[in-house]
Design a protein around this ligand. Structure first.
Ligand SMILES: Cc1cc2nc3c(=O)[nH]c(=O)nc-3n(C[C@H](O)[C@H](O)[C@H](O)COP(=O)(O)O)c2cc1C
Length: 367
């Protein structure tokens, strides 16, 4: 992580060349990595408006639940015509369900592409051979499942995975190579193993091995990128064709615009100002309310993200305590009114690097 005075590295020239995934030419090589519970319609739409995002993907959705048209999936699949291209991430262990869900989505024009999750750690999914356990099966079943999805839809299919189950089983290079042969359009690699969870550093060398294993298929490096210097290091160390950013986007929704500016001009340009951050938070809340259908449900959802806003904006503890119990839009306006016209003494845009984004604990701690 760098500080405000760190030198901005020169961008890699080839990052200015457009990158294509299937039929979609991306506006930048910086994608939003899915974060279940966070990267829903309200957040995606809001960061798209800031600009610079290449591709967004929905949170992960259960293939079977899609086919059964469960109510929960409707919210997860909610989208806006302004956010194109949009890929839908699905998970499951049964090839016919995965292929069926992909077809269902494409027929209804809900997905410009399908992203297959191979990182899901939920025990009941892993126990039946789905999610990250798919990375253990090098006998052919995993590749067959992916091929079946590819063959069942006319849109590009991508895969998101970790490096492997553990350090002794770094299967990502093998799978990336096989997926490319099966017609997969791109892969995103979180440079940790499932066993690592979110601990330890990101293994850039592991991502590099995936890049080297494929022929032409784009590989997106992923993990711990929070600013231009981190992005540059990811690109230099791994040779990745693009980068997916998750927590860094929650902490700093301006990161995509900055990275795109940096690539195009060498200068990342401004981060979000204090006033822009307040406006973004308000917009996010209003969209959460619209998306969840009632003011109360939207406010309850907002409580989950209130902490990262309060840290980034340096709100006093008391304000944070109120925001994490938020009940209405009116209350929100009353709480933030004292901060509307001023910037707290000593605040810098770099404070957002301190924004706290909780990683999943318990059975979903190993995305
Ligand atoms: C709260 C949270 C939820 C996540 N949900 C998903 C998900 O639904 N699908 C997925 O493929 N990865 C998921 N991930 C993993 C991220 O996409 C990403 O690989 C990981 O956070 C590392 O990237 P980052 O350091 O840029 O956040 C999740 C991570 C977090 C912290």
């Amino acid at each position: 992580m760098t500080n405000a005075n760190a030198e901005i590295p020169s961008p890699p020239a080839h990052y200015r060349e457009p990158l294509t995934i299937g039929t979609h030419t991306l506006v930048s090589r910086f994608n939003l990595a899915p974060l279940a519970g966070y990267t829903n319609l309200p957040f995606r739409l809001s960061i798209r408006e800031i600009g610079g995002v290449g591709l967004c993907t929905t949170d992960l959705v259960n293939a079977r639940a899609i086919l059964e048209s469960l109510k929960k999936t409707h919210e997860l699949l909610a989208q806006d015509p302004a956010e194109r291209p949009l890929f839908v991430q699905i998970f499951g262990s049964k090839p016919h369900e995965m292929a069926g869900a992909a077809q269902w989505l494409v027929e209804r024009k809900l997905a410009d592409g399908i992203d297959i999750n191979m990182g899901c750690p939920v025990r009941k999914v892993v126990a039946v051979g789905g999610g990250s356990s798919m990375m253990c099966d090098t006998t052919g079943a995993t590749v067959d499942l992916v091929r079946k999805v590819v063959e069942s839809v006319p849109v590009p299919v991508t895969v998101k995975m970790r490096l492997g189950w553990d350090d002794d089983h770094l299967t990502a290079p093998h799978f990336a190579r096989e997926f490319e042969k099966a017609g997969v359009a791109a892969v995103t690699i979180h440079g940790r193993t499932r066993e690592q969870g979110f601990a330890g550093g990101v293994n850039h060398d592991g991502i590099k091995r995936v890049v080297e294993a494929v022929d032409k298929m784009p590989v997106f490096g992923n993990g711990d990128v929070r600013n231009v210097a981190d992005a540059m290091k990811m690109i230099t160390d791994t040779g990745c064709h693009g980068i997916a950013i998750g927590r860094g986007a929650l902490a700093d929704p301006w990161i995509f615009r900055q990275l795109a500016n940096w690539v195009n001009t060498g200068d990342p340009g401004p981060r979000g100002t204090y006033a822009e951050r307040i406006a973004f938070m308000r917009l996010h809340l209003r969209r959460l309310v619209a998306w969840r259908g009632t003011e109360n449900r939207g406010c309850v959802h907002f409580r989950k993200v209130a902490t990262w806003y309060t840290k980034a904006l340096r709100f006093p503890k008391k304000v944070q305590q109120r925001l994490v119990m938020l009940l209405s839009l009116e209350e929100f306006e009353e709480i933030i009114a004292p901060f509307a016209d001023g910037v707290p003494e000593g605040w810098t845009e770099w404070d957002t690097q301190q924004a706290h984004v909780a990683v999943p604990a318990g059975p979903i701690s190993h995305w």
